[in-house]
Each structure stands twice: as structure tokens, then as C-alpha cells.
Design a protein around this ligand. Sequence first.
Ligand code: ATP
Ligand code: MG
Length: 143
Amino acid sequence: MISKNLEETQQIALDFVRNLQPKENEATVIGLYGDLGAGKTSFTQGLSKALGILETVVSPTFVIEKIYELTNQQFTHLIHIDAYRLEKSEELLHLGWKEIISDPKNLIAVEWPERVVDIMPEHIKIMLKALENADFREIEVVS
Ligand SMILES: Nc1ncnc2c1ncn2[C@@H]1O[C@H](COP(=O)(O)OP(=O)(O)OP(=O)(O)O)[C@@H](O)[C@H]1O
Ligand SMILES: [Mg+2]
């Protein structure tokens, strides 16, 4: 898909999450792949709006992980992780990663999954890529 602006990226995220079915035995994990500024956080903002989160989702770069409680949704939590500043995957393990990924009620969005590739479970890959035109982004979903 081609997104022409921020709003379109958020709309693509919204359409994506509307079609998402929770798994039976484990969390649903989304890996957001793309360079700095590609739109990974923007995509997560689209997810959060679609899931009824009112507070503004900001980049969790400095906190690594943010957990949003959901009401009246098929998932009970949206967990937003930014692995950019992690030096080792163990840091994520210390945040209870194993428990988090084992709960089917969790929807987990991970920016920079490449940084924690060794502990990423099977996940849906969202590839974001900036195109020549400053605001255009190519967005590909690989399940
Ligand atoms: N089509 C588009 N989709 C998404 N963002 C866009 C688009 N066009 C312009 N932008 C702008 O690009 C920026 C994307 O920033 P965002 O924080 O989402 O990127 P990111 O991939 O999370 O970067 P980082 O790796 O630093 O976390 C925002 O300032 C946004 O307004
Ligand atoms: Mg980001």
C-alpha cells in the first residue's frame, strides 16, 4: 500500500487492526520495520486510536515499553515497545517479555524488532519505507 500522509498511515493501521483476530494460545505480536522516521510510531498511533485509546501515544524510546489498557476490545492491552535503545534482548526479558507474549489478550507492537530478533516470537511484519516524495510511505504487511 502507498500512504500519502500521516492520516493515511493511521487509516491503514486502523483497517489492519479491524481485521485482526487474536490467537488462541499466545499474544499477537506485530514487528514494525523501517528506518528512522518511516512511520512506525505513527502506525502505532493508528492502532491505538482504532482500539479506543484516548491518550496520545508517543514514542516509548526512553521508557522502552508502554502498556495501554483497552476496554470493550478483543484485546485487553496494547503494548508498545521501542527496542531502538536496547543493548541486549535480556533487557526486554527483564520487563516480563515471556509473560507478555504468552497472553492471547495482548496485542504487542514492537518498533525496531531487528534489535531483539533472538527473542521475537512468530509475528506479523509491517514494513514501512519512505519514498522519494517526502510524505509518501510504502507499507507492506507480511504475515
Ligand atoms: N505517510 C506518512 N506516514 C507516516 N508518517 C508520515 C507520513 N508522512 C509524513 N510523516 C511524518 O513522518 C514522521 C514519522 O515519524 P514516526 O515517529 O512515526 O517514525 P518512526 O518510524 O517511529 O521513527 P523512529 O525510528 O525514530 O522511532 C512523523 O513526523 C510524521 O508526521
Ligand atoms: Mg518511533
